[in-house]
Ligand binder design. Structure first.
Ligand SMILES: [Mn+2]
Length: 414
């Protein structure tokens, strides 16, 4: 029996409205190691977005390397890491040779269209006997796979990109099955094949603030999950933060993020645990404990007071977002909040006052609303609304803005 644990979108180093979550990440990684030991896991698959940013802090890097080191002290046979859209391929790839020579580990930071074997990993036991083939496909940027054409419109471009990604996946998976056949002919053993990828499949679910960038979800890369060969024993996906199966197939899974990335995420978090035994396979979910509670408090002054008092009674640290409704006076609200939270374990990370948001954007004298509470796109849209009458014109500007932002973000990672 072979046991494979799948997780993704760790987003190590991500903060929540400037609140540092280092200790939660550390606890989560320790829980992952504990699970690997208890469940006697053989292979760990990390399906991208290991880090939240392309240049993680030294603390975050230390967390990652310590984690890889601790993995070596378990009975784990191998770990496979692919890059996600948040990871810098060069950052993830630079220690590759060193890490792979010291650890039972494979890192696939980027694709090489000229060499598909780069993404086809054959895992062998100590006797040199293959036991698993992994088609490990990292996040694919447009420039990795196709040229831009000046005369293309956005939808042609999107289609062209999706087709190129789909074709690439098919080729890598085909290559993996070719390897399976070669091994079968040589050793009479049929080695299972699994795939990993970091992408958005058509029909996937996202939440408002779960951290999946609108940009990448909205404009690019809706890949039809039928590209995954039905012979695959399992497809370990990353990119979407809500855990979910794809096409009602329980063996195609998004594991989701191990930690809630935003206040709107209410569902339980889990690791996916696959057991392969000859032709039979089984999938279990290992529930991840909540290391720190996140709570969204919505309402008018009275309701906010009541809910905060309830949370205070829990006597534990809670990270809170307050959404103000109703017409209460702003000053009394501020006073109430500081009265209730001073001397408690409640941490207010954000106060969202919808009345204020509307006011500050329509009028020049913005009070209380800081820019960092708004997404850049909201600010851009509001600015357009103020200056341009024509809807069509607004749309054009927004499209250009998004394209520029994509290019800018991608250039940062070059
Ligand atoms: Mn992600």
């Amino acid at each position: 029996m072979l046991k494979i644990l799948h997780t993704s979108d760790l987003h190590l180093g991500k903060s929540l409205y400037n609140f540092n979550r280092h200790d939660e990440f550390e606890k989560m990684l320790n829980f992952l190691i504990k699970t690997i030991v208890e469940q006697k896991v053989d292979v760990l698959l990390l399906s991208g977005d290991i880090f939240d940013t392309t240049m993680p802090s030294n603390d975050t890097q230390r967390l990652y390397y310590n984690f890889l080191n601790k993995l070596q002290q378990t009975s784990l046979k191998h770990t496979v890491i692919i890059a996600g859209n948040h990871d810098s391929p060069s950052f993830l790839g630079s220690p590759k040779i060193l890490l792979e020579s010291f650890c039972k580990l494979s890192i696939v930071p980027s694709i090489d269209p000229q060499n598909l074997d780069h993404e086809v990993l054959i895992l062998e036991d100590v006797k040199g006997q293959p036991y698993l083939i992994v088609a490990a496909i990292p996040y694919i940027r447009e420039r990795d796979i196709r040229a831009f054409y000046l005369d293309e419109d956005e939808s042609d471009r999107n289609l062209g990109y999706c087709k190129a990604v789909s074709d690439h996946i098919k080729k890598v998976v085909e290559r993996a099955f070719l390897k399976q056949e070669e091994i079968l002919n040589k050793t009479q053993v049929k080695v299972p094949v699994v795939a990993m990828a970091h992408l958005f499949t058509a029909g996937g679910i996202c939440l408002e603030d779960d951290g999946v960038r609108d940009l990448f979800v909205g404009t690019l890369s809706h890949i039809d999950a039928t590209v995954f060969d039905p012979r695959l024993s399992y497809v370990a996906l990353g990119h979407l933060h809500v855990p979910q199966e794809v096409m009602k197939n329980k063996f195609i899974q998004y594991s989701g993020t191990p930690l809630a990335m935003g206040f709107s995420e209410k569902q339980d978090k889990h690791f996916c645990l696959l057991s392969l035994d000859g032709e039979t396979s089984e999938l279990d979910f290992i529930q991840i404990p909540i290391f720190k509670h996140l709570s969204q408090v919505t309402g008018n002054l009275d309701e906010i007071q009541r809910k905060l008092l309830e949370l205070k009674k829990l006597q534990q640290e809670v990270l809170i977002e307050i959404i103000v409704e109703g017409n209460d006076d702003t000053q009394s609200l501020q006073d109430l909040i500081s009265d209730l939270t001073h001397d408690s374990k409640l941490k207010i990370l954000r106060i969202k006052d919808q009345r204020m948001e509307v006011k500050s954007l329509n009028l020049a004298d913005s009070k209380g609303q800081t820019l960092e509470q708004l997404t850049d796109e909201v600010v851009f849209k509001k600015r357009l609304e103020r200056d341009l009458i024509n809807d069509k014109e607004q749309e054009e500007y927004l499209k250009t803005y998004r394209e520029m932002k994509t290019m800018m973000l991608e250039a940062q990672e070059a």
